[in-house]
Write a protein that binds this ligand. Sequence first.
Ligand code: PLP
Length: 457
Amino acid sequence: MTAAFTFEPSDRVRRIKPSPSVAAAARARELKAAGRDIVDLTVGEPDFDTPQHVKDAAMAAIAAGATKYTAVNGTPALRGAISGWYRRLVGRACDDARITIGGGAKQVIFLALMASIGTGDEVIVPAPFWVSYPDMVLANEGTPILLPCGQETGFKIDPAALDAAITPKTRWLVFNAPGNPAGAGYSRSELAAILEVVARHPRVMVLADEIYDSIWFGEAPFVSIASVDPSMADRILLVNGVSKSHAMTGWRMGWGIGAPDLVKAINTLQSQMSSCPSSISQAATVAALNGPDDFVRTCTAEYRRRRDIVVDRLRAIPGLECVSPSGAFYLFPRCAGLIGKRTPAGVVIADDLDFVRYLLDAEGVTTVHGGAYGLSPHSLVVCNQPGRARRSVHTHCARMPSVDLTGGRRWMSCGCSNSYSRRLPSAASSNTPKTGAQYGSMRRQRWRGCRAMKRRP
Ligand code: PLP
């Protein structure tokens, strides 16, 4: 008889946890499978299909036999397409020695950390953050240093606070704009102020994750941090990919552009890890980067439309505040006004985790609590879903207003919430934040409208 075997994960794995958003999505799937009607607002990927010309390029690559290993830093065609993309964004050329490619932006970020940090190195992670950053730092034996960037500063980095957070051990500033989950974007002068701080600390580099740059709603065009100060080119690793811009999350293709020595180190790791990303995805990415940009523009217009609908609806809910994001497809409403309230079942909402639990249990809406993103009390709402998702946003919004914890009573429990959402008074649907008194008056108007509707035959 063989002895029982117990697998013990490495310390590296013990230090980290699975992504909370992936866990929330899995929970939503479980509940759906068990027959519950669930609105899942946790999944950070476009609901659009990959454009046809990109799929055609992949099929042509297969037909032409481009199905073998490529160079670690990709085919010449891909490097040419990335270099053209960089020139259009940043206004400068970049040679092959500055380009690394990976199986998604996520892999590039992981390898960049693996190539550059060790025990004792600190990585500044502004909060709220994309859930993977701190765990990637921990997996690579570094220490994540959280830099709070709350709603008061528009979820943006304050240069003075950044300066104060830098120590002799700091290796990287993680810089994600437009950011997941708050969608904050920066002007050229704000970016220059951040780079001025970084320039004063010669050991510090900027890990600039601009994966959402194409989903940009600002009046002025998006400004890449890599375009601001050419003298900082070697201090910035600019990371991007096609997952979000071209609805290609499953193709796993991303890239980084940075100092040749750093890129060489990343490529050495890549050569031992996967040799190269898929040759077929590389061909598809060439088509995405060199092809027409009408797909990207159409998707962005639709994301903006959805953002405006959901921001409007969330702002109409007593106890929630919602900043309208400059980019990406996430909202990060603050739920401070609901903390300490009681649910209709009498349970006290002690924190944002209780709030998202309540949303799931009572309303069948899955979101992720702000604590998972390093900033409480908030909750994440992904508004990328409509289409198939247009329905879900409306369903979600129709359900959210029934979350009234202000008096422990569900004032929308009459079941007419859908019609109700359509009947919001115009003041309630403007984008301006509301005072407590305005919320109270909106709520009373809705209650009156609700009773009026019930009286109708
Ligand atoms: N960076 C951020 C901020 C993200 O939100 C995500 C995915 O959600 C990624 C990177 C991953 O991108 P990719 O699919 O290219 O690995």
